[in-house]
Ligand binder design. Structure first.
Ligand code: GLV
Ligand code: GLV
Length: 322
């Protein structure tokens, strides 16, 4: 029997796929909440595969607690800053993440949702309208800014950054600047995009959107100095990981109108918000839901399941983290 433990209920498609495998026994945590380290060890002890969520911090203690038969930790997320990859390598446990075309498109859609919401002041005006404050059309009511012809700065040109660029250029008629360690000439040609340093990108963009993984080198990539270097009329969008932005510095910058606004799906101390952030009218906030569509979350559950099936049948998981 191969035992698979899933730390919280996820969409059925992946669970069903695992249950259909001969000789697999699948157990899902019955609690709809984050499990403690102790609980994970207790419940997953003896399992061959662990399906973890981005809210589970998987370290050496957990790997040791689960036991030597553990073959793979399959993360139900694209990001994997919650996994101690080094500790897993040392113990010869494989780890995988769950990227794919669905999540890239879904997150790109959400990044645009935030961008349009903050530029067009949609949440603010929604609140106003529902409160019965709308007394008649007015020429100066909720003036926002346009998006077309503006410069979008994309920091991190992975699959999600590219999906954002596609929408920006093809759908919105924006101009794209991008920063990535690697230049991509074919991408530049296809979208008329220009490579820039982070410094130049921040200075020139009307909207800045972050699509980098959280690494020691990207923590606080955007701090007070960087916010200061942006245009006063610029907006910052973050659907990557919270700690990429120094959130306290961002609150200060938004308050002092150093930049025009922000659209955030992730937070430095998630689920806590930096003091004052929730009070700012020029911030649009969503609760880490950029991938939260029925289709995408189902696709991710299948991806995680496929990684587990590969690992437990002696094959290489398609999304093995190297
Ligand atoms: C969500 O944040 C993910 O990394 O999939
Ligand atoms: C606005 O509703 C307009 O017609 O300009």
């Amino acid at each position: 029997m191969k035992k698979v433990y899933i730390t919280r209920r996820i969409p059925e498609a992946g669970i069903k796929l695992l249950q259909k495998q001969k000789g697999f026994k699948v157990e899902v945590s019955p609690h709809d909440r984050v499990l403690s380290k102790k609980e994970i060890i207790k419940k997953a002890k003896g399992c061959d595969a662990l399906l973890s969520l981005l809210t589970d911090k998987i370290d050496g203690d957990i790997l040791d607690g689960i036991g030597k038969q553990l073959k793979i930790v399959a993360n139900y997320a694209v990001g994997f800053n919650n996994l101690d990859v080094k500790a897993a390598k040392k113990r010869k446990v494989m780890m995988s993440n769950a990227p794919g075309p669905e999540i890239s498109q879904s997150v790109a859609e959400h990044a645009f949702g935030l961008l349009l919401s903050v530029a067009k002041r949609i949440p603010e005006s929604d609140k106003y309208t529902r409160a019965g404050k709308y007394k008649g059309w007015a020429p100066m009511l909720f003036l926002g800014v346009d998006v077309h012809d503006k410069v979008l700065g994309i920091v991190g040109l992975g699959a999600i950054g590219r999906a954002v660029a596609h929408r920006a250029v093809k759908g919105m008629g924006m101009k794209v600047l991008y920063y990535d360690l690697k230049r991509d000439k074919a991408f530049e040609k296809k979208y008329g995009a220009k490579h820039a340093s982070v410094k130049e990108l921040l200075k020139k963009s009307d909207f800045v959107t972050l699509h980098v993984p959280l690494l020691p080198s990207t923590k606080h990539l955007i701090g007070a100095k960087e916010l200061n270097s942006m245009k006063k009329t610029a907006f910052l969008i973050n659907t990557s990981r919270g700690p990429v932005i120094d959130e306290k510095a961002l609150v200060k910058a938004l308050r002092a109108k150093k930049i025009a606004g922000a659209g955030l799906d992730v937070y430095e101390w998630e689920p806590k918000l930096a003091p004052g952030l929730a009070k700012l009218p020029n911030a649009v906030l969503t609760p880490h839901t950029a991938s939260a569509s029925i289709e995408t979350r189902s696709a991710m559950s299948v991806t995680a399941a496929k990684n587990i099936i590969a690992a437990l049948t002696g094959k290489k998981p398609p999304n093995l983290i190297k």
